[in-house]
Design a protein around this ligand. Structure first.
Ligand SMILES: [Zn+2]
Length: 359
């Protein structure tokens, strides 16, 4: 059966946009259901470690799905290639705020710093690093060093963990001390105790409470990888993205090869926007997607009505205008096919509210 993402690619742009917005409403409905709410509450009560994931904007990298973790537990940060610098003003603030508020609750933080690659085919790797897995890994290690500088080299309260994600099998590869690795795809058939022992061996300096809360991610990933064994998977070799997302709050959008998601973190935002536009233009030129249009979706999460929501609206409009300016300047032909959609997301319910165009 073709995946929803694949079905979508051939539709006219208006229908693709409607389907995408319907997906966001479905996501909010599920997120707000009693069962999903209880699952999150119970999970957090048992596993209070604050989990942050730094990852690529590539839609194949869906850590909650691949680790069978309820949605809303893991805080994702997404950017082109998973490229970040903790010195970036806004990013540094968000990360240290998340760490500080967890510490005040008595919880430690795990920072999963991910890179991705494909074992079967090099060109299914990360476009942000021209598919060079060693360069992507080196960047992840640099980010881990920045986390150490920020939160303490002893790693008692914040543990930066470099993780590979092998997209052919959706398997995590943990990089521990002394170049030791734990590749989940090689642990099929093993028990929870075996995994716990392997984790202790690979990351001996990981505090016990963080180790307790990493283990369910590894167990979930092992179950996911095991379930995929032997199944025919569409590996979605080619780029077919037709949406550029700018901002935050795109949890619902985890369809492979559909959207390029740019977090508002990099001081030189024009760079990832230009790269994303170039990818969409190439997709149209090669006929991988229809050339009748693409979507520019800007979103900002907010928690409360009043100033918080007003600022979110202002931010979304700014991001949308900024992206339009960059695309118009760098890719004028593509800009003529742009369908702008500007929104804010009520974070506690994940409801997406569309804003009317600003005069
Ligand atoms: Zn990537």
């Amino acid at each position: 059966m073709p995946s929803p993402a694949r079905l979508l690619h051939d539709q006219p742009i208006e229908q693709r946009i409607d389907a995408l917005l319907a997906l966001s409403h479905q996501h909010a409905k599920h997120f707000g259901s009693p069962g999903a709410w209880l699952a999150r509450e119970r999970y957090l009560a048992k596993h209070p470690t604050n989990i942050l994931v730094m990852k690529c904007m590539d839609g194949r990298i869906h850590i909650p799905h691949a680790t069978r973790t309820p949605l809303g537990i893991i805080t994702p940060f997404r950017n082109l290639g998973g490229i970040f610098h903790l010195g970036w003003p806004y990013l540094g603030e968000l990360v240290s705020e998340a760490v500080t508020s967890a510490a005040k609750r008595g919880s430690a933080s795990l920072m999963m710093i991910t890179y991705h690659f494909s074992r079967g085919e090099r060109r299914r790797g990360c476009a942000g690093f021209q598919c060079d897995v060693e360069a992507a890994k080196a960047h992840a290690y640099r980010l881990a060093e920045q986390a150490d500088a920020l939160f303490g080299h002893e790693r008692h309260h914040v543990y930066p963990l470099v993780c590979g994600f092998e997209t052919d099998r959706d398997a995590l590869i943990l990089h521990g001390e002394n170049d030791k690795t734990l590749d989940i795809s090689t642990w099929i058939g093993h028990s929870r105790d075996d995994l716990a022992a392997a984790l202790a061996d690979v990351c001996p300096d990981m505090p016990a409470d963080i180790r307790r809360d990493v283990l369910p991610l590894l167990e979930g990933n092992l179950a996911h990888v095991t379930a995929l064994e032997g199944a025919t998977r569409e590996l979605d070799i080619e780029h077919r993205e037709w949406v550029i997302c700018i901002g935050r709050g795109f949890d619902f959008l985890h369809l492979p090869n559909t959207a390029l998601i740019i977090g508002p973190y990099e001081p030189d935002l024009a760079k990832p926007i230009g790269t994303a536009a170039a990818i969409i233009e190439a997709n149209m030129r090669s006929g991988r997607i229809p050339d009748d249009g693409f979507m520019l979706l800007a979103s900002t999460p907010y928690h409360q009505n009043g100033v918080d929501r007003a600022r979110a609206e202002l931010k979304s409009h700014f991001l949308s205008d900024f992206a339009e300016g960059v695309i118009t300047q760098q890719h004028p032909e593509l800009a003529a096919k742009m369908h702008r959609h500007t929104a804010v997301v009520h974070w506690p319910t994940r409801e997406l509210h569309t804003l009317s165009p600003r005069r």
